[in-house]
Design a protein around this ligand. Structure first.
Ligand code: COA
Length: 338
């Protein structure tokens, strides 16, 4: 006998607080203005700006792989937090555009960063992936399963976007964002409100599965398709309700917020949500989409990190994060800016 009660599993009974300790990002380097893509989709700079708020987007060069961008964003977050890579004991990568199905890119990222054999796995929750990752990381830290968790949202959507598709070619983009989540004296990550609406799974999806591609003798990577109008209406309506529920569960009101950092899907959706929530004037709203495009799982950390760099967000600010995408999957939480 080792002094333990037989048959009883050993657990830390005490939950601790969790917080984001550092933020990082990496923008894909190729700046692609609307003028470069309009011909293939019979569109115009004016139409794209008016319907989406996008002026230009970032696309990756061949050397800017999912792994490369993840590592760069993660290093930025580690520097920001003042934490060494070997102190990281879990790495979660949220992505839908790492085109190698196994092993998880998180394992390669953890290795390249120099963690001490951290737990590492990928999650697939599309544009809501980063907020899912923050929720998981927070619970891992609170329960004592991990101490320092890197959450990375990363996409190379240019690989899976059809440049001739009028509904998607102007929206999607590439980049990475990261957050280092760890223990804290005060709560820094509020309760998550998350869910999915599988009835709407056809609204945004990969056009065909890999077996169909092979059976058809094609050599093309399956592209994303989107029913833009239903997504727009679903997001504007459902996300305002999710935002209200998140504030209620966190025990704060809209006037207590300093920042609103929604998934950068479309500037008009952001505006519609802000109107529906009756956000007070002082709440600063992320509008990173104008020069980045929609980088799916990377969009929220890209936007938040930029707001800190530009002096629009300050340490201690309360930010509502809310994200939605293919599935349709969604997640939201209030966090304190590190
Ligand atoms: N350029 C120019 N005209 C276009 C166009 C394009 N790229 N795409 C569609 N149009 C035209 C249509 O042919 C249609 O013309 P018509 O009125 O003469 O028939 C008109 O614009 C309206 O088309 P519609 O598809 O209803 O556009 P929309 O107002 O819904 O805007 C989106 C399209 C994609 C900008 C919009 O639906 C959207 O942003 N949806 C949300 C997408 C999103 O956020 N996705 C990310 C989720 S992660």
């Amino acid at each position: 006998m080792n002094g333990r009660e037989p048959g009883r599993l050993v657990r830390d009974e005490q939950l601790r607080h969790s917080a984001i300790l550092g933020l990082g990002h990496y923008r894909a380097s190729r700046v692609v203005p609307n003028a470069e893509i309009v011909e293939a989709i019979d569109s115009s700079d004016e139409w794209i700006q008016q319907r989406s708020g996008i002026i230009e987007r970032r696309w990756a060069t061949p050397s800017e792989t999912v792994q490369m961008m993840s590592v760069a964003a993660a290093r930025d977050a580690l520097d920001d937090a003042g934490i060494e890579a070997r102190q990281v004991d879990a790495v979660i990568v949220a992505t839908i555009s790492h085109l190698m199905q196994t092993p998880a890119v998180a394992t390669a990222v953890a290795h390249e960063l120099g963690t001490d054999r951290a737990a590492a796995f990928d999650i697939s929750a599309a544009c809501a992936g980063f907020c899912h990752g923050i929720a998981l990381a927070s619970d891992l830290v609170r329960a004592g399963s991990s101490t320092h968790v890197l959450v990375i949202g990363v996409e190379r959507l240019s690989d899976i976007t059809d440049p001739t598709d009028r509904g998607t070619a102007f929206i999607f983009a590439d980049g990475a964002g990261a957050a280092l989540v760890g223990p804290a004296d005060e709560p820094g990550i509020g309760p998550v409100v998350w869910g999915s609406d599988g009835e709407a799974q056809d609204y945004i999806r990969q056009r065909e599965d890999w077996r169909d591609v092979v059976a058809a003798g094609s050599t093309r990577i399956p592209h994303l398709t989107m029913q833009g109008n239903p997504v727009f209406r679903w997001a504007a309506f459902t996300m305002a309700k999710v935002a209200a529920e998140t504030l209620e569960r966190t025990g704060i009101k809209a006037e207590d917020l300093d920042l609103f950092v929604p998934h950068q899907a479309n500037m008009r959706i952001t505006d519609a949500m802000a109107r529906a929530m009756n956000l007070p004037e002082h709440v600063r709203i992320a509008r990173d989409i104008a020069h980045q495009g929609n980088a799916s799982a990377a969009s929220i950390p890209l936007a938040l990190r930029q707001m800190v760099k530009d002096g629009e967000a300050h340490s201690g600010d309360l930010a509502l994060l809310i994200a939605f995408g293919a599935g349709l999957a969604y997640a939201a939480q209030v966090v304190r800016v590190p």
